[in-house]
Design a binder for this molecule. Structure first.
Ligand SMILES: [Zn+2]
Ligand SMILES: [Zn+2]
Length: 75
């Protein structure tokens, strides 16, 4: 699996919109990969935003790099 190499414009994505804003539901994606997710932009269904603390932890866990491993139409 090729992981996205980007380390800029990182955002914290909700893996499952129904799963709240805990660290286990957080995934670090660069802006480009984030926009490629199917649920991006459907703000009507958006869950609670992550706290800054959760975002910081997710970024640290990800090594400050996009965690996306989907290749093809994504990155
Ligand atoms: Zn990416
Ligand atoms: Zn990607």
């Amino acid at each position: 699996m090729a992981r996205c190499w980007r380390k800029t414009n990182l955002e914290v994505h909700h893996i499952d919109k129904k799963d709240g804003n805990g660290i286990e539901n957080a995934k670090v994606l660069c802006q480009q990969c984030h926009e490629a997710t199917r649920t991006y932009g459907l703000e009507g269904n958006s869950p609670h935003a992550f706290t800054q603390e959760t975002k910081d932890k997710a970024l640290r866990n990800a090594g400050y790099q996009c965690e996306c491993t989907r290749i093809g139409n994504c990155h």
